[in-house]
Design a protein around this ligand. Structure first.
Ligand code: ATP
Ligand code: MG
Length: 500
């Protein structure tokens, strides 16, 4: 029997050390110590990062949301029925992300990026984290291109620019979703990719919206991401971030994206449920302390990128529901302060037949004016002031019956403007139609028309102008300016139509 020499032992040890398989040790496995209400507490993987994905034995995934001494809390992205005390959990070392790609356009997906429209697998090109840092100041460019909604009251008075974040706020059933939907329908042929994120809504409402999109051929450029009220809060919580990740994929390719979050009130409620279950201390209205950050980090990701980064943009239309018109409650004030303006919808207007029920006094757009076309700027110049005067006078004249002639005229003009701002669903007006309408209104040609005939007159005249003088509309669309000469031509034509 030959003795093993010391040098042999050393060389064996050396190769062992060199070939040591680190991977095996890095696989960290923990154990569930508590589970319930879509939350699990895990022991043994305390090195896990915040936001990391962990996988349970039965294949369900979870996301780390709370890191405490000796244990972590995580939210589950699936049913907790197969998970018990003692179930093994493995770290993935990956942050939550979703697959992205142009194959998603025209599809309906859930918050994990899986198709829910029964049209089969979606081919993907990349994988993006759902939480991503917003572009920095130097990576951005100021808003300078309009995003036309096709809604006269918005495009004329509260214009939205590409890369802007404009809040749509109002009580329940005031037409919030309809405005966002009309804005999506109006992007047809404008090279804008639309993403509609439905959070905490009834499945039937989403189905109705999808069929409207389909009916108008708008699904060809739209992605619908749904997380209905019946889904776990965790999925409702990540839905807007997942939608934004998809939007970013297109934005960084230099494309223009429009994203609608319908709605962020329900999103905040889902987050509140998770936070309370994770035993975070409740604050105002029982929301956790970081609910401002919840929405600011989401909406900051919408931006207009500079030319080096391709010049893409992501315009956000978040929706927030108020209770009895109260904009001073927690979530509305937060989101109002994060966004670049709001479109305030009012129940009273809505029931009085003023649809879309935009409250002209309380709505603003802080950056969109820079993006408005010259033609629109010129045409819409005085409409806000006229309407403000009209509102003031309306209140004041309720008490007196004999009015002087100029007051009567001003009231009549205000009434006509309000009538013109009414717009049925899915009837977007193009730039030239809006400019012509405003131009004719400014020259008080509608004022002599009887109130009940105003809408009909407007429709007729626009049709007449397009048929008899197509070059006027063409020039406005092409050059996007409204010369005095064009104004004159429009007025002439309007008079001609009226005399018939
Ligand atoms: P919810 O609070 O339930 O989400 P919402 O504020 O999103 O409601 P919508 O669902 O958009 O409101 O609209 C409510 C109803 O008003 C719908 O039946 C819709 O058809 C109608 N409506 C909205 N806008 C208009 C409009 N411009 N003209 C006619 N009807 C409209
Ligand atoms: Mg709605």
């Amino acid at each position: 029997m030959s003795a093993i020499s010391a040098s042999d032992i050393i060389s064996i040890l050396k190769t062992e050390v060199e070939n040591f398989n680190w991977d095996a040790r890095e696989r960290e496995v923990g154990t569930v110590i508590w589970v319930g209400d879509g939350i699990a507490t895990i022991y043994g993987i305390d090195h896990a990062m915040y936001g990391e994905i962990v996988v349970f034995d039965n294949g369900v995934k979870g996301m780390v949301q709370d890191i405490r001494k000796n244990e972590i809390g995580c939210i589950l992205f699936g049913s907790d029925t197969g998970i018990k005390e003692g179930t093994k959990v493995t770290r993935t070392k990956k942050k939550a992300g979703i697959p992205v790609g142009s194959g998603y356009i025209g599809r309906i997906i859930n918050a994990l990026g899986e198709p829910v429209d029964g049209k089969g697998e979606i081919p993907f090109e990349d994988y993006r984290p759902i939480e991503e840092e917003a572009p920095g100041i130097t990576q951005r460019k100021s808003v300078n291109t309009p995003l036309e909604t096709g809604i006269l009251s918005i495009d004329s008075m509260f214009p939205i620019g590409r890369g802007q974040r404009e809040l749509i706020i109002g009580d329940r059933q005031t037409g919030k979703t309809s405005i966002a939907l009309d804005a999506i329908l109006n992007q047809k042929g404008k090279d804008v990719i639309c993403i509609y994120v439905a959070i905490g809504q009834k499945a039937s409402s989403v189905a109705k919206l999808v069929s409207t999109l389909e009916h108008h051929g708008a699904l060809d450029y739209t992605i619908v991401l749904v997380s209905t009220a019946s889904e776990p809060s965790s999925l409702q919580y990540i839905a807007p971030y997942a939608g934004t990740a998809l939007g970013e994929y297109f934005m960084y390719q230099g494309k223009d994206v429009l994203i609608v979050y319908d709605d962020l009130s329900k999103h905040a409620v889902a987050y509140r449920a998770l936070s309370l279950l994770l035993e975070r201390p409740p604050g105002r209205e029982a929301y956790p302390g970081d609910v401002f950050y919840l929405h600011s980090r989401l909406l900051e990701r919408s931006s207009r990128l500079n030319d080096e980064l391709g010049g893409g943009s992501m315009t956000a239309l978040p929706i927030v529901e108020t209770q009895a018109g109260d904009v001073s409650s927690y979530i509305p004030t937060n989101v109002i302060s994060i966004t670049d303006g709001q479109i305030f919808l009012e129940s009273d207007l809505f029931f009085a037949g003023m649809r879309p029920a935009v409250n002209v006094g309380l709505s603003v757009s802080r950056v969109g004016g820079a993006a408005q076309t010259k033609a629109m700027k010129k045409a819409s110049g005085s409409i806000r002031i006229d309407l403000a005067q009209y509102r003031e006078m309306e209140v004041f004249t309720q008490f007196s019956s004999d009015l002087d002639e100029s007051t009567k005229q001003q009231l009549q003009h205000g009434n006509v403007l309000m009538e013109l701002l009414k717009q049925p669903l899915a009837h977007p007006l193009s730039l030239h139609e809006q400019v012509m309408t405003l131009c004719i209104a400014n020259n008080r040609i509608f004022d002599a028309v009887e109130m009940k005939d105003v809408k009909e007159f407007q429709r007729g005249i626009l049709e007449f102008l397009d048929r008899e003088y197509p070059q006027i509309g063409y020039e406005i669309e092409e050059k996007k300016v409204l010369t005095d000469e064009l104004v004159e031509k429009i007025i002439e034509a309007a008079k001609e139509y009226k005399s018939r």
